[in-house]
Design a protein around this ligand. Structure first.
Ligand SMILES: [Zn+2]
Length: 307
């Protein structure tokens, strides 16, 4: 099954890369403020990919035609590729899975192969838990995909969660973390709150809100305006660092009690889906504010809602 996902995702990426060659000049000419701001952050070399992702995500160039939109904002038309009354769709990304098959554009990410401790490798844990969450959701009639490092460009789903585990090199640190990105759908704070609440209750691990890194907040798979291989800004997306593989207690949970860990994540997702029918997630355009100037790190992280 693992191979099947990989093949499908790889070939999709290839099709998009090939189809972009003829149109790149056009998109350069039509660059929008959001993308210009993303380029100015210098986190990714500017190129046709950066601008083109906007059109892949939305099917049309962003418009600010509505006079009520704030100045400088961009309006992304609501997605129509998933029927509003269709089965729900959830993606679990198994962090670091099949990174060796990822495209060269992912740059630094290709060097990030994950942590390991005491013979346990992060990617194996991520993949195992992702598969268990997927099985629990599939039982409820939900369409589930386990995704590798390479996310299909503009990936649209009702929920996306990237699963990772930490390591501190000493064994001292324990706890789990979660993050979402900015300039995306407004529903991600609630998704995070529900997953954090269920995860904390089931695992009894501490939630480490001060350990959240810049890498988590800017996680490439959520950075749709600068990375091609990211989820649509309409896809409620988050990253979950499930615990420290280097810590005995955390590792025991992830390795010896994976069903408890997976069950907590699945319950959080199910609660979110119940609260958020697809008509709510995809029923309206997304109006995003202008990109803020690049902020020094650490920038303030609001405390999570728990519920
Ligand atoms: Zn990781």
């Amino acid at each position: 099954m693992a191979k099947l996902f990989a093949v499908r995702v790889t070939s999709l990426a290839l099709v998009v890369v090939l189809s972009s060659v003829g149109s790149s000049g056009l998109w350069h000419a039509a660059a929008v403020p959001d993308v210009q701001a993303a380029i100015q952050t210098n986190e990714v070399a500017p190129g046709p990919d950066v601008v083109e992702i906007v059109t892949e995500v939305t099917g049309a160039l962003p418009q600010t035609a509505d006079p009520q939109d704030p100045p400088g904002s961009i309006r992304l038309p609501r997605p129509t590729s998933l029927p509003l009354n269709g089965p729900r769709k959830v993606a679990l990304q198994a962090g670091h899975w099949l990174t060796r098959e990822a495209p060269p554009e992912l740059g630094r990410i290709l060097q990030q192969t994950g942590t390991s401790w005491d013979g346990v490798t992060e990617v194996d844990v991520n993949l195992d838990i992702a598969g268990r969450v997927a099985a629990l959701l599939a039982e409820k009639g939900i369409q589930v995909e386990v995704l590798p490092t390479t996310i299909p460009p503009g990936y649209l789903a009702d929920v996306f969660i990237a699963l990772h585990a930490d390591g501190d090199g000493t064994g001292a640190t324990s706890g789990f973390k979660a993050a979402r990105s900015t300039r995306r759908t407004p529903f991600e704070e609630r998704l995070m709150a529900l997953v954090i609440g269920e995860y904390a209750a089931a695992t009894e691990l501490d939630y480490d809100q001060f350990g959240i890194s810049r890498g988590m907040l800017g996680y490439y798979a959520m950075a749709w305006s600068r990375i091609r291989y990211a989820t649509s800004p309409f896809t409620p997306s988050m990253i979950l660092e499930m615990g420290y593989l280097s810590n005995d207690r955390d590792r025991h949970l992830m390795v010896d009690e994976p069903d408890l860990v997976a069950g907590a994540i699945a319950t959080g997702i199910l609660r979110f889906l119940e609260e958020h029918p697809r008509s709510r997630l995809f029923g309206q355009d997304l109006v995003l504010p202008p990109a803020p100037p690049r902020q020094p790190f650490p920038f303030p992280v609001p405390p999570p809602l728990v519920g």
